[in-house]
Design a protein around this ligand. Structure first.
Ligand code: PRX
Length: 632
């Protein structure tokens, strides 16, 4: 219905979307279910910033994701769940069953005092109940804040307190490959410092013993038995908040990116239907975790808003064997596989053998997201997985954009290996130089900005609008700044080159260097540290930490492990440095600023040409760091 079928149609649609953006998006929005239509399609400025889409419209996103499919597709699988353990049977929830479960759990939330606008923290394994919890919040207008299962108690507490969450939904534990994470225990530690949380709902999953606090903690299974299966959908304004998702930036603590109901729904649904060319009855498999934006938009909201079948996989691609991901594809006859370069590189390292004898002929479209994909991984994906028959959509986007921005449309856009290609309809990218001057023409490099709003753009950062303005709308006046560098090639195709700020992309996850430094500096004995990214064969980028630790005793390796432990405590295991180098000083300018440019070169092993070092306070420090880095 909303799908673009040919390159000519794309070009025509794109032109129309730029010349008549309001008409274009109103036309797309018409395909969704509204309780009341909008009075105004768009009002905006990028200076405050203030962006409103579909003002005056009323809707509930779960009616679009569930109710409206019941009549025609009630018995169609909405969610297929595949366990971490290949021996465990998979679970299928039809649209009818999912609708009923969501209504039930929405009633559980209501019964426990949750009201429209309340913030709810979700910290769960990749199980159907996670999607149910997310949708149940949306059903009653509560704002969900999903936190990825790899974050520490302190990170969770910071996020819960930042948005004053009233209730937490969690599980006893989660399985990931051969590991178990004691989710409830982490929540218990977090909640020591979270006065706003009144109730905790706990799902039984790993059957690990948990402490249940009287008056606060409730079992998911008990609660769901006590409620009705009918729950009318709360009438929401298009600009009411749908969710908060925390993401790292180049400075300080994570910020809560806010998305609103109407625009996000239209954007996630439209981009899903188009870029992947989803066909009725196909199985869509996105390997991300629902704790990240990719899971929000392309496991839950995008696919379900289009009546698709979405696969939720609890495990990891290489457990119990490196054939696992391919076996899941075969078992569930997956048609569209959307994954990350880091997963592809990791699977590639096992060679072709794990793929042998597995029938993956169901695959029709492949997708990549999260970081620049290298050509080698792209070709391997194309040849070994897609047998040169499946277009690869290399989708560039961000937590803040809500959905895909620059991406091929499968079967429409002529591809180039490892290239995000062209902007989707409605997206107006431009490249600027350091002074904010637009770089025109092709065959150029610059900082990637967007000059016109699209429905999925973030509206604010929770509780701190000024931060939203400073981070995204102040670097270049009247432009949304992405933080990414980008090349526009001779054909006008966009190729993302990576972050230009102090954010490291580790296995497709954004980690702020300042956050890691803060965590390392909390370790007793550490005087100062500086963290940079460096090329890593599987993760894309690894974390390299230069640490000043004057009283090093005779077991430096143990001290390194201690520091890793501190980072795990403060942020979570995902932020652990891959390399730690003890140094006696850091390269600083006379005004005391760390010269990261030099550290980055050293981390990359490129020490012959360090560039301009004339502003260094003490050049001797650099010589010393280079010498010890070579021994690491
Ligand atoms: O640097 C870009 C990179 O991931 C960043 C966004 O990270 P996050 O908000 O966590 O969202 C990840 C999933 C959408 C971007 O600023 N990135 C994402 N997709 C690509 C990419 N870099 C290159 N190519 C991509 N396809």
């Amino acid at each position: 219905m909303m799908q673009i079928k040919s390159l000519a149609e794309y070009e025509e649609t794109y032109k129309f979307s730029v010349e008549h953006p309001e008409e274009f998006w109103a036309g797309i929005a018409e395909k969704f279910l509204w309780k009341k239509k909008w009075d105004k399609v768009l009002s905006w400025n990028f200076t405050d910033p203030q962006i409103k889409w579909f003002e005056g419209a009323k809707l509930n996103i779960t009616e679009n994701c569930l109710d409206r499919h019941l009549e025609k597709s009630g018995d169609k699988p909405a969610i297929i769940w595949e366990s971490n353990d290949p021996e465990k049977p998979s679970v299928t929830l039809t649209y009818k069953i999912l609708h009923e479960q969501v209504c039930r759990f929405a009633n559980v939330l209501k019964k426990n005092g949750v009201k429209k606008g309340d913030r709810i923290c979700i910290y769960m394994p990749m199980v159907p109940e996670l999607a149910i919890a997310v949708l149940a919040c949306a059903r009653i207008g509560a704002v969900h804040s999903v936190i990825f299962g790899g974050f520490s108690a302190k990170s969770i507490a910071d996020r819960i307190n930042d948005s004053a969450c009233k209730l937490v939904i969690t599980a006893d534990g989660s399985f990931r490959g051969s590991k178990q994470i004691q989710l409830k225990e982490v929540i218990d530690d977090a909640l020591i410092g979270c006065p706003t949380v009144e109730k905790v709902i706990v799902l039984t999953h790993t059957r690990t013993p948990v402490s249940m606090l009287k008056g606060r903690d409730l079992w998911f299974e008990d609660e769901i038995k006590l409620v009705d299966t009918i729950c009318p959908a709360e009438e929401m304004d298009a600009e009411d908040m749908l969710f908060i998702l925390y993401t790292s930036g180049s400075t300080g603590k994570p910020k809560g990116v806010v998305h609103t109901v109407g625009g996000y729904m239209v954007y996630a649904g439209y981009t899903f239907a188009n870029a992947f060319n989803y066909q009725p009855d196909e199985v869509f498999f996105c390997t991300a975790d629902i704790g990240w934006i990719t899971g929000h938009s392309y496991i839950v909201y995008g696919p379900l808003s289009q009546g698709a079948t979405t696969l939720i996989f609890e495990g990891i691609p290489t457990y119990p064997t490196p054939s696992r991901l391919w076996e899941v594809v075969e078992k569930h006859k997956v048609n569209i596989l959307y994954t990350a370069p880091t997963a592809i590189r990791s699977l590639m390292s096992f060679g072709k053998e794990p793929l042998e004898g597995i029938d993956m002929s169901s695959l029709r479209v492949l997708g990549s997201v999260g970081e620049p994909i290298n050509e080698e991984a792209w070709h391997w994906f194309d040849e070994e997985v897609g047998h040169k028959n499946c277009p690869i959509v290399d989708t560039w986007w961000q937590t803040e954009t809500g959905g895909l921005m620059i991406s091929p449309i499968a079967f429409v856009t002529p591809l180039k290996p490892a290239c995000a290609t062209l902007p989707l309809p409605g997206i107006q990218p431009l490249l600027v130089d350091e002074n904010g001057k637009e770089i025109e023409g092709n065959g150029v490099n610059g900082n990637l900005c967007i000059k016109f709003p699209w429905p999925g753009i973030l509206r604010t950062t929770y509780g701190d609008h000024e931060r939203c303005k400073q981070t995204y709308f102040s670097t270049y006046p009247n432009l949304y700044f992405t933080g990414d560098g980008c090349m526009r090639d001779e054909d006008g195709y966009y190729k993302i080159t990576g972050r230009v700020d102090d954010v490291i992309n580790v296995s497709g996850h954004r980690i702020g260097t300042a956050e890691v430094e803060n965590a390392i500096n909390m370790h007793a004995g550490v005087v100062e540290s500086a963290v940079v990214g460096y090329p890593h064969e599987v993760k894309g980028q690894g974390i390299y930490a230069f640490v000043i630790y004057p009283k090093l005793h005779d077991e430096p390796e143990l001290t390194k492990k201690d520091i890793l432990q501190t980072v795990t405590r403060v942020i979570g295991a995902i932020a652990k440095p891959d390399k730690i180098l003890f140094v006696t000083g850091l390269p600083k300018t006379r005004s005391g600023k760390i010269m990261r440019r030099i550290l980055r070169k050293i981390a990359e092993g490129e020490t012959t040409n360090l560039g301009d070092t004339s502003t260094l306070l003490d050049p001797g420090v650099v010589e010393e760091i280079i010498a010890s880095a070579q021994q690491l």
